[in-house]
Design a protein around this ligand. Sequence first.
Ligand code: SIN
Length: 550
Amino acid sequence: MNSKSHLFFDHIVIGSGIAGLSCAIRLAESGNSVAIITKRAVDDCNTKYAQGGIACVIHDEDSFDNHVADTMRAGAYLCKEDVVRKIVEAGPQAVNELINIGAHFTTRGELGDEKHKDEFDLGKEGGHTKRRVLHSGDITGEEIERILVDACHKKNNISIFEEHIAIDLITSWRLGWIGDNHCLGVYVLDSLNNEIKTVCAYTTTVATGGAGKAYLYTSNPDVACGGGVAMCYRASCQIANMEFFQFHPTILHHPDVKSFLISEAVRGEGAVLKIKNRRGELVEFMDKYHEMKSLAPRDIVARAIDNELKRSGEKCVYLDIRHLGEETLRKRFPNIFEKCIEAGINMAHALIPVVPAAHYLCGGVKTDINGFTGIDGLYAIGEVACTGLHGANRLASNSLLEALVVAKFSTSNILDQFDKIKAGFPSGHIPEWSSGDATDSDELVVISHNWDEIRRSMWDYVGIVRTDKRLQRAKTRIKNIRREIERYYWDFLITRDLIELRDILSVAEIVIDSAMRRKESRGLHFNSDYPDRNPNMDYVDTIIQKPHAR
Ligand code: SIN
């Protein structure tokens, strides 16, 4: 394995979704140099697959108070109200700034409403009491990613390292230096050239997104392995509320289509969930679970579907949106419509088969509202972070909002303090990555076997409905896998697959440990041994932290 000399930038951003790119653009506006480190192609990230949109108070009939109240209600007494309010109130301006650099959101005119043609069409999703989701058809994330990538390409002080995967953060304590702990950069594998680089900077922002790949079934793309959480954990950051993994209720159930989301906005436009009864008739069931029926918050819908599937033995439930008619469906959900057609389903005439799957990580690296992690020079923003906005359950479409707003807060904070950060940056020789006595392993098949086993254990035992026994079983299995990995090839081979395997292993362990500590049910964490919320645990975070590695 080659190791190359050091690269130095003012700022490193790891990850290239909405949080990472908007952060990089803002940092670059100061004239400072910025490196974006991204695992695959720059636009290969969770953001690109976000269909719903950005929740934002735009309409006169809506208010910040409403949006705060809906967010807090979904979050089940675990949101931080001051954080919620600041993010919600900063939304309209941050969205305007996105529009100013070229983002397009669907107007009512585009959907045929001539009377209000210049107004934005606002979608509605589970748990929202008002229409407030700005969207770009049903490819909102793709639209935002496109304009942010364009904006990055226009800045010559941004260097984008595609096909570069972060291995580990470099911190002064880890190097055995005395003084305050400071992040100095990151070791990175250039996976095309099989070369490890030492990339250093005054500030490092982790914006690596989610960890859906820790589960067997997920709406997330392959890159979502939780690398940011795993690296920050190893660097001894606090990791908060990882038991709150959000399962999206409606992923297309089809043998030939992997991980395709049927947006919650479809239910927002009136789609109703149905299941086949014993006579083969399709019947509604959400009225048994919540007064908002099919538009109930996501945790309730996912749990209801899980329960119905287990009870009936059916493989999927169905979404019925036939009442909207083909013309409207094609206009409002062009991408979903086409994808369903490819799968042989015309949603204007047929019901869409759906199942739940892992979707969004509500916990993550604990930060303040500026994304600061507590380690000098180290920030975490977007899905990888836990600011306190989502609490025990994220309100739909609040994630793009959080990523956008916290990226803005975080860059202002970094730039305001930049002179101080530079002055406090420790000096000393930063060693290159050392793989010990690394030789190539012939155990590649074991990597893929371990990978599958982790994901299946997480799905079977740490999924929508948990019990103490299931969690213990998962813990034992994952512990065995860790032992095997450490024994056979932890130090042998630095490949992208091995880095990702280590990442999902760490994420799985942290999710299990967090879930075991929470002896109650709240929001997304449902343990049938403790089916009720314990009010004594209101506003109490679960924190996991590795003892300081010095
Ligand atoms: C969706 O479109 O259903 C996903 C939106 C979200 O996860 O916020």
